[in-house]
Design a protein around this ligand. Structure first.
Ligand SMILES: Nc1ncnc2c1ncn2[C@@H]1O[C@H](COP(=O)(O)OP(=O)(O)OP(=O)(O)O)[C@@H](O)[C@H]1O
Length: 590
């Protein structure tokens, strides 16, 4: 697919609000004209003064008209800026919506491949940085371009020789400006990269504050942050260092045209080829000619910035969606999940699952087991449709899951992971997320079924308790039980469960386990099992090893047929606490 240019993207974003921008440009145009009209009166006043006119009325009238035009100029300018800002803030909000919508549509792997800090940086700061350019450049660029053109036209009428002389320093200024742009090429992009790194380190520092404290890594982590901050500052300083000489040259050389205009103009006046009043007016106008042109140059930098910013935004927007149809094309049969010759790689050339064929029968308990890194979670996530398989197929109810609308499929699958994310909202709303239409009573009931009603009611604000960012104000077990209640409310026929590797205490483990038993009643369960005792009665154990399907069967079958399973079982027996396992019980259907 051909990539869209930055301009094409910007046009697409601003298209719904183009009338605001057009109105803003027209008003900017009007403001330039009205801002220029007072110069006619300045010329008139100078002329009258030099001619010795002593009629106050004439001066008063000229001043009055100047004030009126200035007022109209100010109103047009304010309206133009207000319109462009209004449109820009809506455009920026749209861009943010599109970015967040896009993150929900692309494969999960594509989202997880980048740190949350850098997403936050793009969605919040980078989008914000586009505001200056979009809101200011459109009206101000117009004004900075048209203003000097009108001035130039008027000056040519007054005296073409001095007008051309007043432009003498322009090419020199442009040369310095071009040199500055050439030298600092890539510097803005560099500051973007360094700022991103700084963001990532800051987010990592804050998210990992517990680990940092526990392992006494304050110095190390703080140093990492300091280094990122210093590198960020250094690259800004370097950028400024490269620009300062040329920029200073532009600001000094361009207005120095006076050094030429004054002697030459004085000569013209004395030789009688230029009137005094026109000379003074030309001097004033030549000032107004160069300042907007210098401003125009500074917009070039902004345009370059916006190119980088939109490059980052559109890189996300152009990522391919997880392709799914809008509607189901056929009725689904039995809700079996069937994998046929499934292979998968996160990165090109690094296949992590190889040619897996497997049937998960509807209503059965299935355990995915295997050594660490063997591919259990990847397999489960493929079944949950978080990614698309690279080859082979996964079907649900007889239909390839790529042909099932994501919305439908997510209704049928409940994925309960170890790090259950809770939103910074009340417990009630966090559970209700499983079924947005659920009444408060339904939420209470599911909390009772899951065995978390009592602990919630013991909290000071009960179900209205705010859980804090990522559920930080609750214990790990409490968070997990709320996430299970959420999944239970969803009442999906298939539950994929990433069993916790470690529990803090046996009592909590028993509570979590019993809520899981409630959750999976009469459902298809696919559990990524880390402790074999909990899945001894599973209908099917799927043993994965190094991305290959090693064996499938009941525990009895695997104990007699698979060496690897035997070894894992022996290892498990040597560490398990029999009493505890009895208390907890397994995951088989009751
Ligand atoms: N997002 C990812 N990007 C790249 N590689 C990944 C990603 N997630 C997992 N992997 C790799 O895929 C392989 C299988 O990982 P997976 O998490 O599926 O194994 P697992 O059996 O669930 O491991 P564990 O029991 O330790 O959780 C590993 O080599 C892992 O490094």
């Amino acid at each position: 697919m051909k990539k869209k240019s930055t301009m094409a993207w910007i046009s697409e974003f601003i298209a719904p609000y183009r009338f605001y921008y057009i109105a803003s440009v027209l008003l900017a145009f009007a403001s330039v004209i009205f801002g220029f009209l007072p110069y006619f009166y300045i010329g008139q006043i100078i002329r009258n003064l030099l001619n010795g006119l002593k009629d106050e009325q004439v001066y008063l009238q000229a001043c009055l008209w100047m004030a009126v035009f200035w007022l109209v100029y100010a109103i047009c300018h304010a309206l133009s800026t207000a319109l462009s800002h209004k449109a820009t803030f809506v455009v920026l909000a749209d861009i943010r919506f599109r970015l967040t919508e896009k993150l929900a549509k692309i494969p999960l792997g594509s989202v997880l491949g980048q740190s949350s800090g850098s997403y936050k940086n793009i969605i919040v700061e980078r989008v914000d940085a586009a505001e200056t350019t979009l809101a200011h450049i459109i009206p101000e660029f117009t004004a900075a371009l048209i203003g000097p053109l009108i001035a130039l036209f008027y000056m040519m009428k007054l005296d073409w020789r001095l007008t051309l002389l007043s432009l003498l320093t322009l090419p020199i200024g442009i040369l310095f400006y071009a040199n500055m742009l050439r030298k600092s090429k890539g510097d803005y992009e560099n500051t973007v990269v360094k700022t991103k790194a700084l963001n990532d380190t800051a987010v990592e520092y804050i998210n990992g504050i517990e680990v940092i404290k526990v392992f006494g890594k304050e110095k190390f982590s703080y140093q990492k942050f300091v280094t990122a901050a210093k590198e960020g500052a250094d690259c800004f300083i370097e950028w400024m260092r490269k620009c300062q000489f040329d920029m200073a040259a532009v600001t000094v050389i361009m207005p120095s045209v006076f050094m030429i205009l004054l002697p030459v103009g004085t000569y013209f006046v004395y030789s009688g080829s230029l009137s005094q009043d026109n000379f003074i007016l030309l001097l004033i106008l030549s000032m107004g000619l160069l300042t907007p042109l210098i401003t125009l140059g500074s917009y070039m930098d902004d345009i370059r910035k916006v190119h980088t910013i939109f490059g980052e935004i559109t890189e996300i927007l152009e990522r391919p969606d997880l392709k799914r149809p809008q509607e189901l094309s056929q009725e689904l049969h039995e809700r079996d999940i069937i994998l046929k010759n499934v292979s998968f790689a996160y990165e090109k050339g690094k296949e992590v699952l190889h040619d897996i064929s497997l049937t998960i029968k509807s209503g059965t308990v299935n355990a995915l087991v295997g050594p660490s890194g063997s591919g259990k979670s990847t397999l489960a996530k493929l079944m949950a449709s978080f990614w698309d398989v690279k080859s082979g197929s996964i079907s649900f109810g007889g239909l390839d899951i790529r042909k099932i609308p994501l919305e439908d499929y997510s209704q049928w699958i409940a994925y309960v992971s170890q790090d259950n994310f809770l939103f910074n909202d009340s417990i009630l709303e966090n559970i209700r997320l499983g079924k947005p239409s659920a009444s408060d009573e339904e939420v209470y009931q599911v909390a009772k079924d899951c065995g978390c009603y009592d602990f919630i009611m013991d909290l000071e604000n009960g179900f209205a308790t705010q859980v804090g960012s990522s559920g930080g104000s609750l214990s790990g077990g409490e968070r997990q039980r709320i996430a299970i209640a959420r999944a239970m409310l969803k009442d999906a026929p298939v539950v994929i469960l990433d069993e916790a590797t470690a529990y803090t205490d046996p009592e909590n483990e028993a509570l979590v386990q019993s809520s899981i038993v409630q959750l999976v009643k009469d459902k298809t369960l696919i559990v990524i099992a880390h402790r074999l005792s909990t899945i001894a009665d599973a209908d099917q154990i799927v043993l994965v090893n190094e991305g290959h399907l090693e064996a499938t069967g009941t525990q009895e079958e695997l104990l007699s047929s698979s060496d690897l399973y035997q070894k894992m079982w022996q290892a498990h027996l040597s560490v398990r606490d029999t009493d505890q396992d009895e208390k907890i019980g397994g995951l088989a259907h009751a």
